[in-house]
Design a protein around this ligand. Structure first.
Ligand code: HEC
Length: 379
């Protein structure tokens, strides 16, 4: 590893540990377990006028307000289970405005203690009766390369740019969409441009179509496991080296673990299995991301997630070496609603480095289930 990468790693570790000691994390931790019974009384006093007896909203005629498009129906598991208790609590304490939502939603931070808000949220979680939906707490920050287990509704534009070797970059336009309780489809369209012997060549890479399914999700344990099956169509211009030149099957497993301190681990194990192995060899890949989310303090406004990825890949040919890369990065939410995020890192080959370039990698992510791209920026 180069001196630059080592310094970056050390800085990340120092920042992460300094912040953790200052901030409180709340994801899975409570000073006492919330009491939904207690929350019911509170809900009936303070929330029912707008959110209704059943949680699906008071009839518009009985209120003087015009509900915003994002007004939640708490009986709809598809609208609520992806939202975290931390995000909900933030809105209840500081009001809708604090997360770029409607100002009709009042702030209760001065009326209710932290425990009582946990109680009322525990009661409101009961409005979604189907417990099979994986909870949004298990939706860990997306790493630059390692795929996560949680199914998503998002668009990601991810760029990898050479900083050593011949100039070149790849932009992946990725669309992910949930369906049913546990499933997600993914389409990834890569666009390449490269300086090849002083001539710029550009073109499409191999387009991926994939389906992911959650096999296991448990909020209390903080664990989630998914399997994905994908096909890379040979749409790339393989003459310029953009694509495998043959249809490739890509199965993988992703396992994510969240700890009560908001530290997380993400693992991905998979294979690339080309139809014609005479053109492109089969390979195995193993990826891991370890990181920490810093979000406890409302005044910080943003959610910061420093992470380090460890990326390994090996051809299934005799005598092939393992390509190891390390990728320290920082993800940050950039909209008040936290539905638009940015992540930036440097990917450095550490073994088998001949012909493998160091890259600057970054993405812009839009979680479109949480609102339009241009909404939710202002507090
Ligand atoms: C005056 C009407 C009103 C009252 C009273 C009210 N709310 Fe709301 N609440 C809203 C509106 C409107 C929204 C939707 C905001 C948006 O999506 O822009 C909302 C949204 C929410 C959300 C969802 C935020 C999100 O991220 O989608 C939660 C959670 C919530 N309210 C909890 C409560 C609780 C708990 C109480 C009682 C302690 C309460 N509300 C009382 C109007 C109200």
């Amino acid at each position: 590893m180069s001196a630059g990468a080592r310094t970056f790693l050390v800085c990340l570790a120092v920042v992460a540990s300094a912040c953790t000691s200052v901030l409180l994390s709340q994801t899975l931790k409570y000073s006492k377990p919330p009491d939904a019974k207690n929350g019911e009384g509170l809900y009936k006093n303070g929330c029912i006028a707008c959110h209704g007896i059943k949680g699906n909203g008071a009839p518009q005629t009985s209120t003087e307000f015009q509900w915003p498009d994002t007004f939640p129906d708490f009986t709809r598991c598809d609208q609520t289970t992806a939202e975290t208790n931390v995000a909900y609590k933030d809105v209840v304490v500081h009001g809708g405005r604090s997360r770029g939502l409607s100002e009709i939603m009042p702030a209760f931070g001065e009326l209710l203690t932290s425990e009582r808000i946990d109680d009322v949220l525990a009661y409101m979680r009961g409005f979604c009766a189907d417990k099979r939906w994986p909870r949004g707490e298990l939706n860990l920050p997306r790493a630059l390369v390692t795929e996560k287990a949680y199914p998503e509704d998002e668009v990601v534009i991810s760029t990898a740019m050479n900083v050593t070797g011949a100039p070149g970059f790849t932009i992946d336009v990725i669309h992910e969409q949930r369906f049913g309780i546990n499933n997600q489809i993914e389409i990834d369209v890569p666009i390449n441009a490269q300086d090849q012997n002083h001539a710029w060549n550009s073109g499409l890479g191999d387009i991926t179509f994939a389906v992911k399914r959650v096999m296991f999700a448990n909020l209390r344990k903080g664990s989630i496991l998914s399997l994905q099956g994908g096909v890379l169509a040979p749409t790339g211009n393989s003459k310029h080296g953009f694509g495998n030149g043959t249809t490739t099957f890509e199965p993988f497993a992703a396992f994510d673990q969240l700890f009560p301190t908001n530290t997380f681990l993400q693992f991905q194990l998979g294979a690339d299995l080309p139809h014609r192995t005479d053109i492109t060899p089969q390979s195995l890949f193993w990826r891991a991301a370890v990181g920490q989310t810093l979000a406890g303090d409302h005044r910080l406004g943003r959610m910061w997630s420093p992470m380090v990825e460890f990326l390994a890949e090996r051809n299934l040919k005799d005598g092939a070496k393992i390509n190891w890369d390390v990728l320290p990065e920082l993800q940050v939410t950039i909209s008040a609603r936290q539905h638009v995020r940015f992540d930036l890192g440097v990917r450095t080959p550490v073994t088998n480095t001949a012909g493998r370039d160091k890259q600057l990698v970054f993405y812009l992510l839009w979680d479109w289930a949480d609102g339009k791209l241009w909404e939710g920026w202002k507090k």
